[in-house]
Design a protein around this ligand. Structure first.
Ligand code: MG
Length: 302
């Protein structure tokens, strides 16, 4: 069985037909938030309902628990010092794992009100940290702890690299979720999974122009609509293509927004990231499992 669906010849250059989808681990309830840590040659990801962070040692090929409980982590990324930045559902904060092993708070309030449940996070070249804050971690006791939103909205925020202050960057999404910059950082892509709360809402990936100052956003536009499930997490590759999660596959979109191909996955995909020493191994979190597949591409940044 082929692991690929080629819809446009451009997709052929991004895949290795010899490469098979590898199943690396199962046992989670809802896996999410993968981040590759080059210095450790391991992948760290979340198993949100089980309130644990997992780790896959790609040298030994072994998965085990990194930390539990953890504040129901969701998305992860690395900062420029190689430290893990985390979104915590029940912790209701964005935190950083410092070199001494302590998780320290980077943001937990906006204008004095508690954040909802930070979902996904990305670091810009200037050191600013951008994250989404929908309500999935306070909607019930499954992926966090049920609570009312103090802010009353689901927004995208930026943490200033200088003074750590929080700024509101986007407020026009129903449930902002995954986010990533284009390689030139002129565009911020954000997925909107608002269909989970508003019936009939399209599952959208939106593109925002980043202002010349590097810390403002212009009017967002619709970049792509998901035909199967929702776009949750996604990554931009070095050619400007978007590798996006969906219900049945990793969907790959060219910079012009056209769906050019799919990598088929037997479980609902939540998120993905590039890893391996050459960054050409696509790690995929999908419902209960962790998968990986080698591709002919790598991340836009780092
Ligand atoms: Mg997410």
């Amino acid at each position: 069985m082929s692991h690929y669906e080629i819809l446009d010849q451009r997709f052929k250059a991004l895949i290795n037909g010899q490469a098979k989808l590898e199943h690396l681990w199962s046992g989670g309830r809802w896996t999410e938030g993968p981040v590759y840590v080059p210095a450790a040659r391991h992948l760290v990801w979340s198993d949100i309902p089980n309130d644990r962070i997992m780790r896959y040692d790609e040298v030994g090929g072994v998965a085990n628990i990194f930390q539990t409980p953890c504040g129901h982590h969701n998305g992860h990324t690395l900062d420029h010092e190689g430290r893990i930045i985390a979104c915590e559902h029940s912790g209701r904060r964005v935190s950083r794992l410092d070199h001494d092993g302590e998780w320290r708070t980077l943001a937990d309030r906006f204008e004095g009100k508690r954040l909802n449940s930070p979902n996904d996070v990305v670091v810009k070249s200037d050191g600013s940290i951008w994250f989404s804050d929908p309500t999935y971690g306070i909607d019930s006791d499954y992926e966090g702890y049920a609570a009312l939103s103090e802010i009353g909205a689901s927004n995208v925020y930026r943490i200033d690299p200088g003074d750590g202050s929080l700024s509101l960057m986007a407020s026009d999404l129903v449930k902002p979720n995954g986010l990533a910059f284009s390689g030139d950082e002129k565009t911020l892509y954000v997925s909107d999974t608002g269909a989970t709360h508003v019936q009939g809402l399209p599952a959208a990936l939106r593109a925002y122009p980043v202002g010349g100052d590097g810390h403002s956003l212009g009017q967002g536009r619709l970049f792509a609509t998901c035909e199967a499930g929702l776009f949750d997490g996604f990554r931009v590759d070095r050619h400007g293509n978007i590798f996006a999660s969906s219900e049945d596959s990793v969907r790959v979109y060219a910079p012009d927004g056209k769906l050019i191909g799919r990598i088929l996955v037997p479980e609902c995909v939540s998120n993905l990231c590039f890893g391996g020493p050459r960054r050409n191994r696509l790690y995929i979190t999908a419902t209960t499992s962790l998968y990986a597949i080698y591709v002919n591409s790598g991340p836009a940044l780092r």
